[in-house]
Design a protein around this ligand. Structure first.
Ligand code: HEC
Ligand code: HEC
Length: 205
C-alpha cells in the first residue's frame, strides 16, 4: 500500500515538474546583465558610500526580484535605472538570474563595507525603538525576514534608508506592503536618526 502510494505520488510529481518548477536562475546571465547595473551600483553591487546608490550585493533574492519588478512596472519611479540600466527590457527570467547573481555576491570577500555611524545620535534609544518597533519584521539583527518579505537593513547605507523612510512617510513608497502602514507617522527626525544609527552598528561586514 505504502509502496503504491509513493509510486503514484512520484509519477504525478514527474508529470507536474515542467509546470511547477521555475527554470534555474542562470548565474552567468545574471553576471553579464549586472554590467548595466554596475554603472551606478558598482561592479560588485556594493553601492556608493553616501547612499545615492544602494547596495544590492547580498540582498535576498525575494526582495531583489520584488524591487526590480516594482521599478520595471513603474510602481516605483526611477527612469534612469529602467532606461540606462535597461530594467524595462528584462524578462522575468532575467530578473531571477540577476537577483540570484547579486544575492550570491560575498561583499565581505570582494569589497567589505563598513557603514559609518552618524554623529549626534542616541544609540541606546535607537536600540529600544528598533527592538520594539522593527524587530518583528526585520529581525533582531536587522538581517531581514523572508517570511515577512522584509529586506535586511543592516549593511545598507544610512542615507539611502533615511530617503526610503522619508518616502514611506509621504506615501511615495508603500512600507511593509501595507497601504495603511503608519510605522513612521509618529516618529520625530531625531528618533529616526537614533534608529538608523543603531542599525549602522549592526552591519554585517
Ligand atoms: C542610472 C543609475 C542606476 C542604474 C544604471 C541602475 N540603478 Fe538601481 N537604483 C538606482 C538608484 C538611484 C536607486 C535608489 C532610488 C531611491 O533612492 O529611491 C536604485 C535602487 C535599486 C534597488 C532597490 C534597492 C533596495 O535596497 O531596495 C534595486 C533592487 C535596484 N536598484 C536594482 C538595479 C538593477 C538590477 C539594475 C540593473 C539592471 C540597476 N538597479 C541599475 C540607480 C540605478
Ligand atoms: C509589519 C512588518 C514591518 C515592520 C514592523 C517594519 N517593517 Fe520596514 N519593511 C517591511 C517590508 C515588508 C519592507 C519591504 C517593502 C517593499 O517591498 O517595498 C520594509 C522596508 C523597509 C525599508 C526599506 C529598505 C530598502 O532597502 O529599501 C526601511 C528603511 C524600513 N523598512 C525600515 C523599518 C524600520 C526602521 C522599522 C521600525 C521603526 C520597520 N521598518 C518596521 C516590513 C516591516
Amino acid at each position: 500500500m505504502k509502496h503504491t502510494l509513493t509510486r503514484s505520488l512520484l509519477v504525478s510529481l514527474v508529470a507536474l515538474t515542467p509546470l511547477t518548477l521555475q527554470a534555474e536562475p542562470d548565474m552567468e546571465r545574471g553576471k553579464a546583465l549586472n554590467r548595466q547595473c554596475a554603472l551606478c551600483h558598482g561592479f560588485h553591487g556594493q553601492g556608493v558610500l553616501g547612499g545615492k546608490y544602494p547596495r544590492l550585493a547580498g540582498l535576498p533574492e525575494y526582495y531583489l526580484v520584488g524591487m526590480m519588478d516594482k521599478y520595471k512596472k513603474g510602481v516605483l519611479d526611477y527612469q534612469a535605472m529602467t532606461v540606462v540600466g535597461g530594467l524595462r527590457n528584462l524578462s522575468d527570467e532575467d530578473l531571477q538570474s540577476l537577483a540570484a547573481y547579486l544575492s550570491d555576491v560575498d561583499l565581505g570577500a570582494v569589497s567589505p563595507l563598513d557603514i559609518p555611524t552618524p554623529e549626534g545620535a542616541d544609540l541606546d534609544n535607537g536600540e529600544d525603538l528598533f527592538q520594539g518597533d522593527c524587530k518583528t519584521c526585520h529581525g533582531r539583527k536587522a538581517e531581514g525576514m523572508k517570511r515577512k518579505e522584509s529586506p535586511p537593513l543592516a549593511g545598507q547605507y544610512t542615507e539611502y534608508l533615511a530617503r526610503q523612510i522619508a518616502m514611506f512617510k509621504k506615501k511615495e513608497r508603500i512600507h511593509a506592503n501595507d497601504e495603511e502602514d503608519e510605522t513612521f507617522a509618529e516618529y520625530e527626525p531625531q528618533q529616526i536618526k537614533d534608529i538608523l544609527a543603531y542599525i549602522s552598528t549592526l552591519d554585517d561586514k
